[in-house]
Write a protein that binds this ligand. Sequence first.
Ligand code: SF4
Length: 362
Amino acid sequence: MIQLDALLCDCEHPTTAPSGTPTVEWELTDEALLGDRAPLSASERRAVVDQLADFGVETLRLTGSTGLDAAAVGELISYADDRGLETTLRTDGQQLDRDRLESLADAGLHRISVRVEGLSTPRQEHAAADDIDAALETLRAADDTELATELRFPLHAESVTHIEEIYDLAALLSADRFRLTHVPEPKLDGERRRRAVRRLADLTRDAHERNNHIETVLSGGIDAGYVTEYARDNLNGECATDVRTALRERLGAAPSPPVAKLGPAGQVYPGPFWDRYALDSVRARPFGAIWTDEANPLLVRLRHEEAGLPDRCRSCQFGDVCSGGSRGRALTAHDDPFEPDPVCYVHEEPAVGGSAAESPAD
Ligand code: SF4
């Protein structure tokens, strides 16, 4: 993750050094991942939390909580909090009212994260519009609670033009954080991705100047190369150098792979997008034993970056700040995790005349 506001506005990449253990994304109820396996019971879920805590995992993201009853979700969050895990609940299309959010905060939830894929318009399908409205209502309801809030914005060909309005909306609803994520999307070319990130960087600096300190983050490290270019072109020399140094130190020390995914029956995957490749199950071995298994050739290759990188990344000028993007995204695009990340855009030069003059985000 790249914290854009701190890098561009304060010339630093704050927070403590990465712990060396992955963030764990736990999909609680996904039917496709579950297959014909039995879901983890409440006691098994507590045992998983123990395994994660014992391994030193600090950050847990829960998704798919709609399939569990509210008491079970609260109990899981409370247990994770007792074991020292900082937990985020990611909702997709689920509206939570203030009472529910307060009870989650009381249980020990740290952050609520809602996904907004675009603006709600009459032209949209009902389901999409309803999801967006639910997300925004949840943010509104969270405003007076203790919970930190995050608006996630996945960049799509349809949503890219909305980036400015959605960023403003996040600020208006007092979200603590705006997170841009890149998803594989053949219809969205590199230049439009670059423009979107540039626009977000501009918006971030403008907001900071207006004393609006919303955190702006870019998921993963794929934007690190472009962020160094942006800093070089827009910040003073010393700060631009600091940005590159901070990114190198921060991302270079990040765990590899940075995110582990857990399925509803306890399967462990090497990250998001890896749904076909379970490493093992926490029912068979503790999470730490699965994650550090030196006998697993896939994990060994993923961990030793040189061997896991495509040729393009090995000769890339941004190799010191970008560790090759997401192997999971490469898997979904090429059926081979060691091919290039399909969302990498730094080698696509902007069209002649397409620099600072284009319209916002597109
Ligand atoms: S080519 Fe590879 S190392 Fe270079 S920016 Fe793209 S993903 Fe990162």
